[in-house]
Design a protein around this ligand. Structure first.
Ligand SMILES: [Zn+2]
Length: 134
């Protein structure tokens, strides 16, 4: 998928800038649960692009960024349990994150006017460089 490759390109660009020629020992990438990212493709793409750019990479770890919603009416913040929703709904949300608005509502006031605080972003949580490469 084009999406993963474009994303991998952007991540690789950033890593290369930060690495400044040093090998990267460890990388931890957090992926929002609402993002429709295929980890295997992203992993494959990222390793390929880094290789092309001569950036040596040790391990890449992927972690889930949980979904946090915040009600715009009462300010309540909550983490919807994605495991409790139907597979088909999870699928829909996976492709169209905005679909969360049709399936969730504020547990305190019942409003559907909420924001997605986290769970749709991608970020590099940790980057460890090998300062003394052999
Ligand atoms: Zn509310």
């Amino acid at each position: 998928m084009v999406h993963e490759w474009a994303l991998a390109e952007a991540i690789a660009e950033y890593i290369e800038q930060q690495a400044k020629g040093r090998p990267v020992k460890k990388l931890v990438i957090s992926l929002g649960v609402l993002q429709s990212i295929d980890r295997e493709i992203l992993d494959f793409a990222l390793k390929n692009i880094l290789d092309e750019r001569n950036v040596r990479i040790g391990s890449i770890e992927y972690v889930d960024e949980e979904v946090v919603l915040r009600c715009k009416r009462c300010g309540y913040e909550w983490k919807p349990s994605m495991n409790e929703v139907d597979e088909s709904i999870r699928e829909a949300i996976h492709f169209v994150p905005e679909a969360v608005y049709s399936y969730f509502k504020c547990p305190r006031c019942g409003s559907r006017d909420f924001e997605i605080e986290s769970g749709r972003g991608i970020s590099i949580k940790e980057m460890v460089f090998d300062e003394h490469p052999k």
